[in-house]
Write a protein that binds this ligand. Structure first.
Ligand code: ZN
Length: 255
């Protein structure tokens, strides 16, 4: 059996058979990967806490013939993000990032840019200066890296460039902004102010090392939360469990 090594973040971990665990990882070199950790319920010697959801580690595994599941061999922790696990709201946000990765990434399809994005935002989420708007930046960049980038620079109907001072409507099914000339009144099209549009345009292109320099106004926070979470659920064609959990915490109104 060939052995492989990669860096990875555990997304989900389930008890499997009497002593084993079935774990889903997002790996740097192999995309999403599922594997069996033999005896992991009995002994933590080989895996430590590397099988716990949202732990970043170096992972060794074996490919098994005629099986899409790998055999997990060993984990070495790189970062366990104590600042996330100590705070229920941060756990909620981290679960949301993990669920987005799990839902939007195919098995065995490496996406190193997306892996870097995930690690960067787990790092930020672990820091005291974390702000909710970082989640919006993550959403926008995830959408771009998975082929669902929303059009925020031109009207999706007439292709006219967006005037930065005006309010625009957002079309979920067309995946972008509609200008006032093209808009034919319907409440299904939420609105975005000129200020919010500018902030989101910046969020689409800002270097990851500089995201802490970007601040959202309260209006931009509200509008972008509503539109991006709805747009993602529209693309996935189902509600996200972690969003319901965040809503339940009461500090995260969705609509
Ligand atoms: Zn238009």
């Amino acid at each position: 059996m060939p052995q492989y090594k990669t860096t990875a973040v555990a997304l989900y971990s389930l008890d499997f058979a009497e002593w084993d665990k079935l774990v889903t990882f997002f790996t740097r070199d192999f995309g999403k990967l599922k594997g069996i950790a033999k005896g992991a319920k009995r002994s933590r010697k080989r895996f430590g806490s590397g099988l716990e959801p949202l732990t970043y580690s170096t992972l060794s595994f074996f490919e098994k013939e005629r099986s899409s599941l790998v055999r997990l061999d060993h984990c070495e922790i790189i970062e366990s993000y104590p600042g996330i696990h100590d705070d229920v709201l941060r756990v909620g946000y981290a679960s949301y990032l993990g669920e987005l990765i799990n839902e939007m990434v195919a098995e065995r399809e490496a996406n190193k840019e997306l892996f870097k994005l995930f690690i960067t935002f787990l790092y930020l989420l672990n820091k005291p200066f974390f702000r909710e708007e970082f989640i919006r930046i993550f959403e926008l960049r995830l959408l771009a890296l998975t082929g669902y980038q929303p059009e925020l620079r031109k009207c999706v109907i007439c292709r006219k460039e967006v005037n930065g001072k005006k309010e625009h409507r957002f079309s979920l099914n067309r995946g972008g902004l509609i200008c006032s000339d093209c808009f034919r009144g319907s409440h299904d099209y939420p609105s975005l102010s000129g200020g919010t549009i500018k902030t989101l345009q910046r969020a689409q292109t800002i270097e990851l090392e500089k995201v802490t320099r970007l601040f959202f106004s309260p209006q931009a926070r509200e509008e972008s939360r509503r539109i991006l979470t709805r747009f993602i659920e529209y693309q996935l064609e189902k509600p996200l469990k972690s969003l319901q959990f965040l809503e339940h915490l009461g500090s995260y109104r969705l609509n």
